[in-house]
Design a protein around this ligand. Structure first.
Ligand code: PHB
Length: 397
């Protein structure tokens, strides 16, 4: 039976970043299990904003070169209310720009770095069972690509296997564990379009017809989102309806949303969830396996990176110095940051979306909130700081 210091379930942002930090920073080996194919992982469409801490982590650990070359790095975002745009000067207010770099591009860079370092990722490999996390050795049972059952032992196991993680219940069944959830009365209809950029910087638009977001992928591919009903399906949104709604919500006399061939349509549900604690014995959760944020502000990937920025040095200290103090404190260090991101995503969502059947009081109150934020430097600075993100935690090993 083979053994690894750290078994990692899931080759998403949490899993691949953890594997990379362990190897690059501490020379610690791990095994990464991923049930999907490499192509699936590298092509699944997700959100794409990198916080300054995430950009710096990529640069400091040797995986930032393509991001610096190809990401759409902007000094500002625009927030529009009833057709009037306010520029949030992120760089001027915080010293940091933002980057639009889609999650699958981030994953491609980490997969390439891992393979270049001679480390493996077991794609098309399903983990069936994890045991021993309450004792002194973890056992992972998995089915190989060819369907063969195998086992691996590990000192520690991290589940970064997404919001439907089968491992989460091992923690939520503990006495005192909490899974806190919130549902939203709206969703996003996301499209990818072959079109030139509408403008260089992102536009978050609050309009009486609902929210819209103008984002980008490349100079010739754009990413647009429209507020829709959570029960909407793709076939309810014809191309004509999409363009009509985008123009109503965003286009003005001096700015027209650029049109082109729509080649991808999807409905994105809005959910918030937080699991606390994020650990049990030798088992740790990170990323969406532990928490989900709605897509407004695109904090999901960045939160996964923040989780493993605590977990990687924690595991390194435990494995190299036989000191588990940081590992024991993982949840208490990670969960408060999750709640801050949860609050920011909720706040941006509620301030920018139209509440279906919203009453006059609620609508006017939330417009006043948005105007207060946009019209004061203190308000814009707060929003900008949360948007570019808090520094990542750093620990000596
Ligand atoms: C995206 O480009 O996918 C995106 C950008 C900003 C957000 C959310 C998603 O707040």
């Amino acid at each position: 039976m083979s053994h690894t210091p750290v078994a990692i379930i899931g080759a998403g942002p949490a899993g691949l970043t953890l594997a990379h930090l362990l190897h690059h920073n501490y020379g610690i080996e791990s095994v990464v299990f991923e049930s999907r194919s490499r192509q699936d992982v590298e092509e699944t469409v997700r959100a794409g904003v990198l916080e300054q801490g995430t950009m710096n982590l990529m640069r400091e650990t040797g995986v930032g070169e393509r991001m610096d070359r190809e990401a759409d790095i902007d000094d500002a975002i625009d927030i529009a209310l009833d057709g009037q745009r306010t520029r949030i000067d992120l760089a001027g207010l915080t010293g940091h720009p933002m980057a639009v770099y889609p999650q699958h591009e981030y994953l491609k860079d980490f997969i390439a770095a891992r393979l270049a370092a001679g480390q493996t990722i077991l794609f098309n490999t399903t983990v069936d069972d994890v045991t021993g996390y309450d004792d002194d050795r973890v056992t992972v049972t998995y089915a190989t690509e060819g369907g063969e059952q195998q086992t691996l032992t590990a000192d520690y196991v991290m589940a970064g296997d997404g919001s439907a993680s089968p491992r989460r219940k091992l923690i939520t069944e503990l006495p005192g564990a909490v899974r806190s959830k919130h549902e939203y009365p709206y969703a996003w209809f996301g499209i990818l379009v072959n079109a030139p950029q509408t403008q260089k910087e992102l536009i978050y638009a609050n309009s009486p017809h609902g929210f819209a977001l103008i984002s980008t992928r490349t100079p010739s591919v754009q990413r647009y989102y429209l507020q829709c009903d959570p029960d909407d399906t793709v076939d309810m949104w014809s191309d004509e309806r999409i363009w009509e709604e985008l123009h109503k919500r965003v286009s003005t006399d001096d700015l027209r949303v650029s049109e082109g061939e729509i080649f991808d349509k999807a409905v994105l549900r809005f959910r918030s969830a937080v699991t606390d604690p994020m650990q049990r014995g030798r088992l740790f959760l990170a990323g969406d396996a532990a928490h989900t944020v709605p897509p407004t502000g695109a904090k999901g990937l960045n939160l996964a990176v923040a989780d493993v920025s605590v977990l990687a040095p924690g595991l390194a200290r435990a494995l190299k110095k036989n000191n588990t103090d940081l590992l024991d404190a993982y949840s208490s260090l990670a969960v408060p940051r999750v709640w801050k991101a949860q609050h920011f995503s909720y706040w941006m969502s509620s301030m920018l979306h139209t509440v279906p059947d919203g009453d006059h009081f609620q609508t006017q109150r939330s417009h006043a909130e948005l105007r207060s934020v946009l019209s004061t430097e203190a308000g814009r600075t707060y929003l900008a700081q949360q948007y570019v993100g808090l520094d990542l935690p750093k620990f000596e090993v």
